[in-house]
Ligand binder design. Structure first.
Ligand SMILES: [Zn+2]
Ligand SMILES: [Zn+2]
Ligand SMILES: [Zn+2]
Length: 86
């Protein structure tokens, strides 16, 4: 009984964090401490890229997005022209 309640509680906190957090990639919705859906291992192989609009994505996710015709070079979150912040 106690174990069951504890597990439910943990899942609840996890979901709340996910919804409330901006620390997930707006494209693949994976957290930034995990890698994008194209990669298997987080780390230097899968860097993050910040835009001037302050949105952040996995480099692989934003470059795939910008390659698509629909993107028209915009940020998928706010549809502003996407420029990498340096
Ligand atoms: Zn991503
Ligand atoms: Zn990646
Ligand atoms: Zn943006």
């Amino acid at each position: 009984m106690k174990v069951k309640i504890k597990r439910w509680h943990t899942v609840g906190i996890w979901q709340w964090n996910m919804e409330d957090s901006t620390d997930v990639c707006g494209i693949c919705h994976n957290p930034f401490d995990a890698c994008c859906s194209y990669c298997k291992m987080p780390g230097d192989q899968c860097p993050l890229l910040w835009g001037k609009c302050t949105h952040c994505f996995h480099l692989h996710c934003i470059s795939k997005w910008l390659e698509t015709k629909d993107s028209e070079g915009t940020c998928p979150m706010d549809r502003q022209p996407f420029e990498a912040a340096t």
